[in-house]
Design a binder for this molecule. Structure first.
Ligand code: KG4
Ligand code: ZN
Length: 367
């Protein structure tokens, strides 16, 4: 069985993992940068790249150590080539190229969205190699901070795009909604937490069904939330009020919205989450039936959302699989799982490999 060291540096997590046979996680280390970016209310690309540079080697060492492996035990190196932040991707790509070249190892370049899908091939607690992997044809809903795509997968590496967002991604909608509600970053987990005990039917926020289309739109929803919260918004402090940069940072911190304490945060968060989940679930079910799928997969950071997982499982009459929450958000184990199938198909990267910030999952015409 092949043993792959996989790296992920496309956004704000520096991650390394050792994966055996494409499904078994020998180690999975994620050095999160969330604390670094939190005070800006979102990821600052330049800070992310700098942190990847200092964090990558210790993260790789920790992953090898936890797997009880050395570079000598590896059959291949895998790295995310895109999509993502150019400077951040470059750190992982260059490290992987250098080490693969020096050690004479095959190098596998992985699409970040494909990696999110392949998180569903990784063994979950209680499973072993005898557990059947996902079956084709399947429909996968990829919902992350930068992407919202419905994809038909007919075999390993074979994708057809069924629909995608026309404006904000689902994760972006969570993040922007959280900012409006003064809940901080990252927004998805914050909105999920704030929703607990809230009344999801208190605010009837808009759903963009876009007719029969499998495309999505979330920008109108965000505007509706802004309107619903307007009367609770307090005036900003004077623009010349001092904002002190964090130690070691050249950027002034983000200034969060000032909101009246009487704002019904739980009801607003629950209603907002419900509006996003509603559209994601109904469109996924429709697409899965229309495509004759045998099962549905959830992938990407928003797939960690409890309401989404629960509702899709309850509403759909097909098997649904989603990774455990820690494998929904960015990690390198999923990169190793995707790389395993690429390697088996004989696909390897050359030494000209470069970061591809806008790499699509599916190129060519829509179906
Ligand atoms: O896949 P991911 O880790 O990074 C990207 O590739 O973008 O996704 C990050 C996104 C963020 O927008 C974050 O708010 C969202 O996933 N997210 C969630 C939850 N956990 C993370 N959204 C809703 N509910 C969650 N529990
Ligand atoms: Zn991601």
């Amino acid at each position: 069985m092949t043993t792959i060291l996989a790296l992920e540096t496309s956004c704000d997590e520096t991650a390394a993992a050792v994966i055996r046979g494409g499904r078994r996680i020998l180690s999975n280390v994620v050095a999160s940068q969330i604390d670094l970016h939190r005070e800006y209310g979102g990821v600052v690309p330049e800070l992310a790249s700098r942190r990847h540079i200092t964090a990558l080697w210790p993260t790789v060492q920790a992953a090898l150590e936890r797997a009880g492996a050395t570079l000598d035990d590896l059959d291949a190196l895998a790295v995310t080539e895109g999509p993502g932040l150019a400077g951040a991707l470059l750190v992982g790509v260059n490290w992987a190229k250098a080490v693969a070249y020096a050690r004479g190892l095959p190098l596998v370049a992985v699409n970040h969205l494909e990696a999110h899908i392949y998180a569903n091939w990784l063994l979950q607690p209680g499973e072993d190699e005898a557990t059947p992997p996902p079956s084709f044809p399947l429909v996968c809903l990829i919902v992350s901070g930068g992407h919202t795509e419905l994809v038909l997968m007919t075999g390993h590496g074979h994708y057809r795009l069924l629909g995608q967002t026309t404006d904000d991604a689902a994760g972006e909608a969570f993040d922007k909604g959280a900012r409006i509600l003064g809940l901080g970053y990252p927004g998805g987990p914050a909105i999920q937490r704030a929703s607990e005990g809230g009344r999801a039917d208190r605010y009837r926020l808009p759903r963009a069904w876009l007719g029969d289309s499998s495309d999505f739109s979330f920008s109108g929803l965000k505007t509706a939330l802004l309107r619903a919260t307007e009367k609770y918004r307090l005036p900003d402090p004077p623009a010349d009020a001092p904002r002190v940069p964090a130690p070691g940072s050249p950027f002034p911190p983000h200034r969060p919205a000032r909101l009246h304490p009487s704002m019904p945060v739980a009801d607003l968060a629950a209603s907002y989450q419900e509006a996003i989940v509603d559209v994601l679930v109904e469109k996924t079910i429709r697409a899965a039936h229309a495509a004759g799928a045998t099962m549905v997969l959830l992938a990407g950071g928003v797939a960690a959302n409890g309401a989404l997982r629960e509702r899709l499982g309850r509403r759909l009459d097909l098997p649904v699989r989603y990774p455990p929450p820690s494998l929904c958000t960015d990690n390198a184990a999923m990169v190793g799982a995707a790389a395993h199938h690429r390697l088996r198909a004989g696909v390897q990267a050359g030494w000209s490999l470069d970061a591809r910030p806008n790499l699509p999952l599916v190129s060519g015409p829509r179906v």
